[in-house]
Unconditional design. Structure first.
Length: 246
């Protein structure tokens, strides 16, 4: 980032890896944050990293050590730091003592599977950038027997904003089917909306991979750090997608 680049103070705290932008806004409005020795209460106050001196409750902040986690999110857990309805969140599943991390994208309450969490906001933004077209693979159980016509409808004949990159039949029973669906953007509830448009109900939705990273044998509700090799492979995939954007 250019030394002259100015960002809002709340965003600066997120970039440092201290907390989320929404949490930073609460701290700033409470008067707990100083910028170059002066209390500021506007989260959008321009600041520069690393020239400006930012303190919280009188303590100076250093850039946090990057943390990269992968979680197998269970169904019924919400992907948020706090829930006004008191529902269990992904943060309830993390081991005590882990520094602040934020989810990379979201899985809705009814969805499950691979979820990345990190305090590296710039890395997270690259993964969720729809222009990079990083593949996300899902296994989806539906309430009917899928045929070639359905697969064509959700990959070629649906409106482009919702269209899946690929879809194939994994297996089926007497009344249900499992599909493998790949998205290269990932809009809000995209798969559910795509199938609802065909009057098909989603029974289960499991994200099994993001780019080269697979969920593997990680147990439900568990999380672990990415290995250096996994982090490098994701970075390589992001670099390749960046080259493809040029």
């Amino acid at each position: 980032m250019s030394l002259q680049k100015r960002v809002g103070l709340a965003r600066a705290l997120s970039k440092i890896g201290y907390c989320s932008r929404s949490q930073a806004g609460v701290l700033i409005r409470a008067g707990r944050v100083t910028l170059n020795g002066r209390i500021v209460r506007d989260p959008e106050t321009p600041s520069r990293i690393p020239q400006d001196r930012i303190q919280i409750d009188g303590s100076s902040l250093a850039k946090a050590i990057p943390v990269y986690l992968v979680m197998n999110k269970p169904r019924g857990i919400v992907t948020t730091a706090a829930d006004e309805q008191g529902r269990k969140t992904v943060y309830d599943l993390l081991e005590p003592g882990i520094p602040w991390v934020g989810p990379v994208g979201r899985l809705d309450k009814a969805s499950e599977g691979l979820l990345l969490l990190t305090n590296d906001s710039e890395w997270a933004a690259k993964i969720t950038d729809p222009a990079r077209h990083l593949d996300k693979k899902y296994h989806v159980q539906i309430d009917c027997i899928a045929d070639a016509d359905l697969l064509a409808k959700i990959t070629r004949d649906s409106p482009e904003p919702l269209r899946a990159k690929t879809a194939r039949l994994l297996r089926h029973g007497d009344k249900h089917s499992w599909l493998e669906i790949i998205l290269d953007e990932g809009k809000n509830r995209q798969i559910r909306r795509l199938l609802e448009a065909q009057n098909i109900r989603v029974l289960r939705l499991v994200r099994v991979s993001i780019g080269p990273l697979d969920l593997g044998d990680l147990k439900k509700a568990e999380s672990r750090s990415l290995t250096p090799e996994e982090k490098r492979s994701i970075d390589h995939a992001l670099q390749e997608e960046t080259m493809g954007m040029r």
